[in-house]
Design a protein around this ligand. Structure first.
Ligand code: GRF
Length: 203
């Protein structure tokens, strides 16, 4: 059986998606990925506490006082040191530098709490309600240099109810995030291995 794809999760906050990714794997070790590392630009992030509790190796360093390029060069070195193949952004609240994204092209995924291409950026739930959308939802996409604009690989819809405010909607969307992201990551990693096997056969 192929080696599992080595994944690093980058986060800046509470880390519930990181836990969902890690639990999905824990429930079935045959999944196509393993979470090798959790890294953060916010040393006090709750997600780091959870990663420690779950026994996942973790790293943090504040980005303050560094340029984006300097910080991302540190990240890049860390990922290489740990043999990381895929980076899963999970509430990582910092733009990545174009050089980093180009170097890891096709190797960075993100989850965004809207039905992309609708409502890129922040305050997505409030904007979906104000726009009168019938549905909100979440999208897993490949990261490209433009914010929340890379190819979408999976989406889940959540109906917006008349009584919804941003918080109630965000809570239901988050449940879908936790369901969708692990499945999408697993499938992406499976395809990565399949493509590698196909090119080995061709060679
Ligand atoms: C999620 O809503 C995710 O879609 C967005 O940031 C939030 C992170 O939440 N990118 P958590 O840290 O995974 O709980």
């Amino acid at each position: 059986m192929a080696e599992k794809v080595r994944v690093a999760v980058l986060l800046s906050g509470r880390g519930s998606n990181m836990i969902a990714l890690s639990e999905y794997k824990r429930r079935d070790p045959d999944r196509n990925y393993e979470i090798v590392l959790v890294a953060s630009n916010v040393p006090e992030a709750r997600g780091l506490v959870l990663a420690k509790r779950f026994g996942i190796k973790n790293w943090s360093r504040s980005h303050r006082g560094m340029t984006r390029e300097e910080f991302d060069a540190l990240l890049d070195a860390l990922l290489i040191e740990h043999g990381i193949e895929i980076v899963a952004l999970a509430g990582y609240m910092r733009l990545l530098s174009p050089a980093f994204v180009e170097k890891w092209e096709g190797r960075i995924l993100n989850i965004h709490p809207s039905l992309l291409p609708l409502h890129k950026g922040l305050d997505t739930h409030q904007r979906a309600i104000l726009a009168g959308d019938a549905y909100a939802g979440c999208s897993v996409h490949v990261v490209t240099p433009d914010l929340d604009s890379g190819p979408v690989i999976a989406q889940a819809r959540v109906k917006i109810l008349p009584r919804d405010d941003a918080d109630s909607l965000a809570a239901r969307v988050l449940e879908e995030e936790h369901r969708l992201y692990p499945i999408a990551l697993d499938e992406y990693c499976r395809l990565l291995r399949t493509e590698a096997e196909d090119s080995d056969d061709a060679g």
